[in-house]
Design a protein around this ligand. Sequence first.
Ligand SMILES: [Zn+2]
Ligand SMILES: [Zn+2]
Length: 145
Amino acid sequence: MTIEGGCRCGATRYAIAADHIDAIYCCHCTDCQRWSGSAFSEQAVVRENAISATGPVIEFTLTTPSGAQSHQRACGVCHNRLWNSNSSRPGIVTVRAGTLDHNRTLTPRAHIWTKSKQPWVVLPNDVPAFEENAPIAEFTAILTR
Ligand SMILES: [Zn+2]
Ligand SMILES: [Zn+2]
């Protein structure tokens, strides 16, 4: 089965070879707030070889504070950012979960960078939350359980 999504203008569509996506998290860091133009970003972690796209995908690269290369993919028409890979995490990509067609069915499994969370965002008590980045082993365990 595939899970589909796309940009706002419709020129770029993508498909993920998976039955369901469980690895969903929200990031409340100030970069995500600025980049999304919103209170936080919602992300879906999927295998890089599972995603394919049709349409005018453009790519741009930036260097993160840790020195890794972040490769961002966006629609070439409307510039809606869709997913990214990172040289420090080979083999996986992070999809902007709000661009998935079925985004209403997703439930975040973790919240990170809550120290910069907007004060009006109230998190559920039963979902793990981390002040900054989650320790990678713990984060992986939460997302893949
Ligand atoms: Zn577009
Ligand atoms: Zn962030």
